[in-house]
Design a protein around this ligand. Sequence first.
Ligand code: SF4
Length: 379
Amino acid sequence: MQLSYPMDPALVAIEHKVDEGIPLSMADGLALFTTPDLHNLGRMARKQKERKSGKKVFYVLNRYINSTNVCYAGCKFCAFAVDEFKEKDRVVRMAADVVFAKAIETGNNFNQIHIVGGHDPRQLSLDYWVPLMRKFKEELPHVQLSFFTAAEIEYMAKRHRMSFAEIIGTLKDAGLDNVNGGGAEIFAEETRKKICPNKVNSENWLAIHEELHRQGIASNATMLYGQIESLEDRIDHLIRLRESQRKSPGFNAFIPLAFHPDGNELNDCGWTTGLDDIRMFAVSRLMLDNFDHIKAYWMIQGIKVCQVALEFGADDMDGTHGSTDEELIYHSAGTSSGQYVDDREFRRLIEAAGYEPVRRNSTYDEFPHDWTPPEMAKV
Ligand code: SF4
């Protein structure tokens, strides 16, 4: 095809590598992050996305709950965590029956429940979670449990003096289907030490996900960008994920998470720009040749940027979140996204971008958009 404007020569060799299935290097990643040729970057990412998922773009009818915001890890970018003694009026700490009731308050027509929370000594234990997970599985067998991050799993492993394999085996028996991608932040050790010194380290984050995959539990991966990290840190992070996926496959989606500056110690970093967001989606799609999905999570970059991201390699828009007001992590840090997007809106945005909307669950099984589960027994 005749291009109407010249292509950045740095992109020509990279496109050839992508077309040949050759993994991109650190130097390639830097060229992608710095090219002024955003249009060809998008075209290359779109071509790679369409190799993976054709014209499909996925969304999930789900429920999202932050079951506790009590946490003492002290991550510098976090506006969500509270000290239960000093900030009593901000504490959210749900009893297990409240979590269940919230999940079903608008019915049972959803395919995923996504729960993450702080490192709360009174909630993050097997005594709390195993019975609740079993209840979800008994009452809502069509709903996949997308619970915890690697940070929470490490915390529970330490607390119960179990190995990663043992704690994951126990959670699997209780019904865990998928582990969320949070807690990855940025793997580069020097930067990580500055922004989240008390959280699971990079090596353990990757080891936990590799063990999840070995035991047949799916997971996702994230990266927090737009804080103090360098472009090299971003590419290093993507390369480590790609290597981990090669070693122990099981990641479904990569989700770039834009830093939000309100109410946290890294406030000076400010907001990411729309162009940085779009570039981040495209570079992720091109670097992560062995990930099937790149997710544009409307809660983070905003629904309009996420729709544009579909032209830059993303093939997933995450979920409806139910009609509750439970997302606290990004809302504490200043997101102006709402709490809920309905499935009709997802389909409208995806179709307007020229793609086919596909309803999914955590593990990307596909459903007709009007699929409904059997009626629930009285609980
Ligand atoms: S990011 Fe997570 S682990 Fe870190 S302080 Fe916030 S809630 Fe705790």
